[in-house]
Design a protein around this ligand. Structure first.
Ligand SMILES: Nc1ncnc2c1ncn2[C@@H]1O[C@H](COP(=O)(O)OP(=O)(O)OP(=O)(O)O)[C@@H](O)[C@H]1O
Ligand SMILES: [Mg+2]
Length: 157
C-alpha cells in the first residue's frame, strides 16, 4: 500500500499508529534515502508505544533499546555498516527475542542486512514533489493481517 506523507506530522502519525497496534515480535525494515523520514517514523512508533524517552538514532551503540513502553522497542541504524559487520551484531537477537523480551524491532538502512527475518513489514520512504514524502508498505510473510488492519484504518481516516 502507498501512503502520502505531506509533512513531518503525517510521518510521525503513521509511526504512532503502528506503535499502538503492532504485536510483539513485529520487525519493520525501513529503507529510503538520507532524510526520507526513517527516524521520524520510528520516533512516532515510540510515541505510539508510550515511550517517554526521546528517540535518537543509535550511532556508536548500533542498537538503542527502550523498555518503558507497551512493548520493548529495538532501534537499529545500519547506515555505516557492511552486511558482514551487521551479521556480527546478531540482529536476530532482537527480532527473535533471544535473551531479550520480544518487542518491536525497527531497522533503518535495512538493505544492509545480510539476512532478513521470516516475516516483516517493509517500509520504503521516498521523496515526492515539494519536499513531501511517500511510504510504500509491503507485508512479507505472516504480517499481512497488520497490513490489512492499517489499510482499513487509512480508508476510515
Ligand atoms: N513527510 C515529511 N515531509 C517533510 N519533511 C519530513 C517528513 N518526514 C520527515 N521529515 C523531515 O525530514 C528530515 C529528516 O528526517 P529523518 O531524520 O527522519 O530522516 P532519515 O530517513 O532518518 O534520515 P537518515 O538517512 O539521515 O537517517 C527531518 O527534518 C524531518 O522533520
Ligand atoms: Mg535516520
Amino acid at each position: 500500500m502507498i501512503i502520502n506523507l505531506p509533512n513531518f506530522h503525517k510521518t510521525q502519525d503513521l509511526g504512532i499508529l503502528l506503535g499502538q497496534f503492532l504485536p510483539a515480535g513485529t520487525t519493520i525494515l525501513l529503507q529510503g534515502e538520507i532524510g526520507a523520514g526513517k527516524t521520524t517514523l520510528i520516533q512516532g512508533i515510540g510515541k505510539g508505544l508510550k515511550i517517554e524517552t526521546s528517540i535518537v538514532s543509535p550511532t556508536f551503540t548500533l542498537v538503542n533499546e527502550y523498555h518503558e513502553g507497551r512493548l520493548p522497542l529495538y532501534h537499529l541504524d545500519l547506515y555505516r555498516l557492511q552486511p558482514t559487520e551487521v551479521a556480527a551484531i546478531y540482529p536476530e537477537t532482537y527480532w527473535e527475542g533471544i535473551e531479550v523480551p520480544l518487542g518491536i524491532t525497527a531497522i533503518e538502512w535495512a538493505q544492509h542486512l545480510p539476512y532478513q527475518p521470516a516475516s516483516y513489514l517493509e517500509i520504503n520512504l521516498s521523496y515526492t514533489a515539494n519536499q513531501t514524502r511517500q511510504a510504500e508498505i509491503f507485508a512479507r510473510g505472516e504480517v499481512q493481517l497488520a497490513l490489512n488492519f492499517l489499510e482499513q484504518l487509512q480508508t476510515e481516516a
